[in-house]
Structures are given as C-alpha cells and as structure tokens.
Design a binder for this molecule. Structure first.
Ligand SMILES: Nc1ncnc2c1ncn2[C@@H]1O[C@H](COP(=O)(O)OP(=O)(O)OP(=O)(O)O)[C@@H](O)[C@H]1O
Ligand SMILES: [Mg+2]
Length: 427
C-alpha cells in the first residue's frame, strides 16, 4: 500500500466539517476543557499591575538562542522598547517570542541557525499570563535533531497542542514583501495567521505538504515514462489524497480571508483617509464557487485532470493550494504596482492591524504585538494611528536603534531595555 494511504488512515481528522472557531462558538475545537485545565494547573488571578484582559508575557528566558548565551528578561509594562545598535540581538529576541506563538520564524530560519554558534541545543522559556491562568512554555531547539515543546514542564507531543497558548502578531520591514514579493510570501503569511486562529491547521497543512511531496516524488520518478494502467491507478490514489487534504487547506484559507478582508479594508480606509480602497481576494488554484467540501474536492479533481499531461511532462504537481494567490489591490490596481513605498507600508500596516483584531475576536484576548524596527519607518501621522490603535490594549514589544523616534509620552509609559551583544540591561 502506498505510504499516503496508511497516512490517511492514521489521520485523526474524520469527516470534513469546519469547527466552530469562526461563528463565535467554542474557541479551538482541539482544546477540550480538560485540556485547558491540564495546560493551566495554577489557575489564579493575574497580579493587578499587569493588564488583566490581555495575554501577558511576563518573563522570557533565552538559553543559547541566536547570539544570547543565557538571558532572563522580565516585562514590567504593557509596552517594552528594546533599544540597541545594529546586530545586537533585538530582532532575535522578538523571533524567540514569535517562535513560541507560531513555531515558525518569518525569517525562515532553520533550527540550526537558531542555536547559538558552537552549541548543540537552544532553549526558549516563557511565563505567560492569560485569563485562564499562568502557563510556562518551553521550546527546545537542536542543531542536529528535532525540536520539542513543553507546557508547564510537561512535554507536548503534537505541535498543535502547543500552538495557540501564546498569540502574537509580528510586524517588521520584511513584511513589505507581502506587497512586493511573490505569492509564496503571502501564502506563508496567511498560513501563519491560520495556525494561530485554529492550531489544528498546522496539522492540516503538514498533511497536505506530505502528500504533495510524495506525489511530486512519484511524478518525478515516472516522468516521461510510457503510460500504463499501473501508473494511472497509483496516480489516482495520490490525486484523491491531494484533493482531500488540499480541500481542507483551501476552505480554511478562504474562510480566513473572508473574515480578514473587510477588517483590513476598514483600517486601510481609515489610515489613508478613505482616498484608497484596498481589496484582498483569495484566488485559489482551484475555482471556488462556494465553500462546500464535496464541490471543492470535485473541482480539484477536475483541475488535476485538465493538467494531467502537463504534470506528467513536467514531473511535478501543478494544481493545489501550493499555487494559491492572495491578491492585494488598491483602487483596482495590483498593490505591487500601486503607489509609493509609503502607500505600500500603509497597506501592510492595515493588514497587521486586521490580524491583531481578527486574532482578538477569535481567541477573545488581545495578542502580543511585535514591532520590529517599523515605527521609525512610518511617518508621524501613521505612527500615531498605530499607537492610537494599540494604546495599552496589546502588550507590545518594540525594537529600535534610536529612542528619538518616540515621543515623550511613549517613552514615559514604556519599559526601556538596552540590548548589547546578546545581553539585555535596564540601563
Ligand atoms: N546562531 C547564532 N549564533 C550566534 N550569533 C548569531 C546566531 N544567529 C544570529 N547571530 C548574531 O545575531 C546578530 C543579529 O542579531 P539581530 O538580528 O537580533 O540584530 P538587531 O539587534 O535586530 O539588529 P538590527 O538593528 O540591524 O536589526 C548578528 O550579529 C548575528 O551574527
Ligand atoms: Mg533587527
């Protein structure tokens, strides 16, 4: 039996029904109430000096992570400004928080890059307060080996049980690639958001990618060989698996964009003074008339048939969510071609604010906001828009090379930490 069949049988996903995450029902379908009490055994009211309704990262402990040898940080205000020269470790610290939230790094780093040079193992530890209580998160990365995660000292086997404990939205200058770069960057962005909205999505995506890899290997191996019954029977098995797992991905991406788009459009109108209309459209490689699983699957299989000859010839899978696009247009012009750098930044800012709002709506607590060097890039009016939007509602970690880019009100209400050569001090 081909590998993928066994894989599908072992799948914990049964019939394809979308969970209630979006309709204001239960939060995350894979989290039962016992699960939560298991995650948060020390239920207690957060100490009053911290914002009570916000998820609050209280401490972070980095060990042999990037350029940090051993560094504990305590966050004492809703906003923390990390200031330091270039290449001191500011972005590295934000990356550690991003990893805890998504198990991904938007720098696309491999684990061995995350482990400090000359060391075999790195660890990121955090104490997080949420309405549900306090939890301790641990991520262990290995130069030569698999990463592992633990909650409250207990190791967690499935990634998706770790995801969703801490939520964060990252905003860095790399995000401009969302507008300027190719479709892969936008798919990654959407996937990272989905992982936080619905941790089970990490598993769904992994399943799809596995089937895709195996189907590609099969097409490569049989590339340009003469058609045979055995070949087409085997391929049909892969087609079915690709369509089943791919449909799960497509439907969730579609649903996320339908929720996100109006929020982003509203933010964009507000920041640009309503002169520009942002449209975000999900254009999957499979035509998506409606979001019914059977119909999407059927359309998927038909599309595979249409491209069958080309696939055999090219030896790779040409149809599926790995070819999806998320179109960003401003005043009906592709955003990439539209306007100035400043206008593209406005678009990204609108996307990020929409992510914040959507995560907050779905998980019912404001996520952390990680601002990596972007404040100085915005003009004063957009800076103020952003600051007004976040106020003290989101715990925010901000990196900068110059404190002078902040107004005094900000400086007075923020914790300021200095970052120098992988060490952090309060002054
Ligand atoms: N695995 C690693 N081991 C040791 N040092 C590393 C590792 N990965 C990255 N670094 C070092 O970390 C530094 C970069 O840190 P980081 O990207 O956080 O800088 P930064 O303070 O954000 O600077 P900038 O202001 O330029 O953005 C570099 O000096 C790099 O060599
Ligand atoms: Mg940096």
């Amino acid at each position: 039996m081909p590998k993928a069949l066994r894989f599908a049988n072992a799948s914990c996903l049964g019939r394809e029904t979308l969970p209630e995450v979006w309709s204001g029902g239960s939060l995350r379908s894979n989290f039962s109430s016992e699960h939560w009490s298991h995650l948060f055994p020390f239920l207690r009211v957060p100490s009053p000096q911290y914002p009570i309704s916000t998820m609050y990262l209280k401490t972070l402990h980095l060990r042999q992570f990037r350029n940090y040898q051993e560094q504990k940080v305590e966050f004492t205000a809703a906003k923390t400004i990390l200031v330091g020269n270039n290449a001191q470790g500011k972005s590295n610290l934000l990356e550690a928080v991003e990893l805890l939230a998504t198990l991904r790094s938007h720098r696309m780093a491999r684990d061995r890059d995350l482990v400090k040079e000359g060391e075999a193992i790195a660890q990121v530890n955090a104490t997080l307060e949420r309405q549900m209580g306090v939890s301790e998160l641990t991520l262990t990365l290995r130069r030569n080996g698999r990463r592992s995660v633990a909650i409250n000292g207990e190791s967690v086997r499935r990634q998706m049980d770790f995801l969703g404990v801490l939520n964060a939205v990252q905003f860095s200058s790399l995000d401009l690639d969302l507008v300027r770069g190719g479709p892969e960057g936008r798919r990654n962005w959407l996937d990272t958001l989905l992982i936080q909205l619905e941790p089970v999505y990490a598993y769904i995506l992994q399943q799809y990618n596995q089937v895709l890899r195996q189907r590609n290997a099969f097409l490569k191996k049989t590339q340009d060989s003469a058609p045979s019954t055995q070949h087409s029977e085997q391929l049909a098995v892969w087609d079915a698996q690709l369509a089943t797992t791919g449909t799960r991905v497509i439907r969730r991406r579609d649903r996320a964009i339908r929720r996100l788009a109006p929020i982003a459009t509203a933010w964009h109108a507000s920041i640009s003074g309503s002169t520009e209309v942002l449209q975000i459209k999900y254009t999957p490689s499979i035509p998506l008339e409606d979001n019914h699983p059977e119909e999407v699957q059927q359309a998927f299989l038909e599309k595979i048939q249409q491209r069958a000859v080309a696939e055999l010839h090219q030896g790779t899978t040409l149809v599926g969510p790995h070819r999806d696009e998320v179109e960003l247009t401003i005043n009906q012009t592709p955003a990439r071609q539209y306007g100035s750098q400043g206008q593209q930044r406005t678009l990204v800012l609108a996307l990020k604010l929409a992510e914040l709002q959507l995560i907050e709506e779905v998980v019912k607590e404001p996520p952390l906001l990680l601002l990596d060097d972007v404040l100085a890039e915005l003009d004063p009016s957009r800076q103020n828009q952003l600051l007004d939007a976040i106020q003290d509602r989101f715990q925010t970690l901000i990196t900068t090379t110059h404190l002078s880019s902040f107004d005094s009100q900000w400086l007075n209400s923020s914790q300021i930490l200095f970052v120098k050569a992988g060490e952090i001090s309060a002054k």
